[in-house]
Design a protein around this ligand. Sequence first.
Ligand SMILES: [Zn+2]
Length: 198
Amino acid sequence: MIAVEINGCQVERLRRELRRAGNREIGGVMVAENLGDAAFRLAGFSVQRSGGGVASFVRKPALHRRFMKSFFEQTGWDYARFNYFGEWHSHPLYPAIPSSVDLRQMQELVDDPHQTALFAVLLIVRLGLRGGIEASAYAFRRGHQAIEVQIHCAYGGICPPTGIPCVSGNRRRRILERRQRSITRRTRSSDDENPLPH
Ligand SMILES: [Zn+2]
């Protein structure tokens, strides 16, 4: 079992960013310290505030390259201990679980022979109704199926995803109806497109 530890400051920062972003998706890359025995400590993450809609997020590589460069400089290029950990993004209006597009993109990332990461984690977050952060994480390895990653936070503030869109009233009803239509369409056709956003 792969596990990642997230500290209180990181949870607070995520919460601030998610509040600020409202219904737009945000995301970035994550870096972590390898503690051995499949345990990692999140060392930091970049935040890209632009480029996301209510159901999509397009990463801007230049911003994240700068973040990675600065992280490697700070940690003395000790790649065995401090390295790229993966990607994160928010699902403000949908459950904090990866969509089929998310899963495919991450698997393609680690399977790509032109890049060096053989392993990457995808973290999906969203602000819960009570201000907590709902989150799930999956690890992708070249040639293997994705596996769930345990998220630990001594500070609390992180909970498992709920299946309910994080809005209320008419908007919530419209979203639920749209999801239901989408699921019905999906069940009727052989198309395996996931109705959830990515
Ligand atoms: Zn997604």
